[in-house]
Design a protein around this ligand. Sequence first.
Ligand SMILES: NC(=O)c1ccc[n+]([C@@H]2O[C@H](COP(=O)([O-])OP(=O)(O)OC[C@H]3O[C@@H](n4cnc5c(N)ncnc54)[C@H](O)[C@@H]3O)[C@@H](O)[C@H]2O)c1
Ligand SMILES: [Zn+2]
Length: 356
Amino acid sequence: MKPTFQLPNYPIWVGPLAQTFPAWFESAGYTQVFLIADAETRKHCLPVFLQETGLSADVPGTTIPAGEHFKNMHTCAHIWQDMLAAGLDRKALVINLGGGVVGDMGGFCAATYKRGVDFVQIPTTLLSMTDASVGGKLGIDFNGIKNAIGLFGDPVAVFADPIFFNTLSDRELRSGFAEVIKHAIIGDAELWDQLQQLNDLRAVHWPSLLKASIAVKVKVVELDPFEKDLRAVLNFGHTIGHAIESYFLNTDTPLTHGEAIAIGMFCEAELAPASTRLPRTALAKLLRRFFSFRTIPVEAFPALWELMQQDKKNTSGKVRIALPDAEPYRLHWLEPAFVELERSLTVYEDTIKAGL
Ligand SMILES: NC(=O)c1ccc[n+]([C@@H]2O[C@H](COP(=O)([O-])OP(=O)(O)OC[C@H]3O[C@@H](n4cnc5c(N)ncnc54)[C@H](O)[C@@H]3O)[C@@H](O)[C@H]2O)c1
Ligand SMILES: [Zn+2]
């Protein structure tokens, strides 16, 4: 079966694993495989994966604890140890079965083990299907900094099958949906129109929506594989969003990545000049339909500004926000001052208070 997308170095299939993976796997001819899952995906996704692909239940591999908290060097050491113990050679295939954490870290471990073994991404969250497993960015968190250590390394293939959403929580599904919204705004007016019609993520026809959303990421990556310029457009919502995510990280009520990015997109759209023609009102309405916005106290504004100073995109000490421009696949840089952040957050707070 023809891949849904063929990138320069690897194919991406969107659709039932049973129709794609077994034939690909057989023709690839790997003699050794090693499967990486986290505790949750081992429980919920591995049985589905085995059933769909016909792989034997005693496939060697390792299980890591679930969650961003474990995306670190210690977990890598554990993975590499298990790879060595399994006697993995350089001709083996590593299978990453999980969300973005398993994909980023499993890919990183595979790309560095014995100077690199092949790996395949089997994303199991909406976020990892539409975003994390496309584009070859691999890595782990270090010293409290997200994705501080890593490299660009392509998988040999990606298989995105929405069958895994059956066990994914509503909250995680919504979280990934924030990136789908982002992709629509960056490059697909038709997808954007479709999203306006949605009310229930459980009733979505995922194969077509995934294809449209992945297509935007694929196009951006093809235009700018090493993030020299345009690829920064994928950071729409992320400058303010990441600061908000970090701010709430060590509280009793952390936000998911997508929840933080939803707020970030709202605020960044508020700052966008009219020339970008960002659909501000429609975006706010769509975000409000799917995300329950959290109040951000005024006292937090300076702390958020402080966090934004650490953003990777900044140059010469200035905070930079990457916005989609009026034309699809165009980037518009903004260099806001603190007062503008304050203004956008005040509009955000007023919107919550008004119950809009
Ligand atoms: N490489 C990139 O370009 C890129 C892009 C975006 C995000 N990321 C990374 O992705 C990570 C976030 O990914 P994520 O949101 O998938 O988080 P995740 O991998 O932590 O998964 C979220 C939770 O859902 C569970 N889970 C996964 N699939 C499931 C399923 N089908 N059923 C039940 N439970 C399931 C996981 O065990 C985990 O507890 C971050 O570390 C981020 O840095 C990378
Ligand atoms: Zn994101």
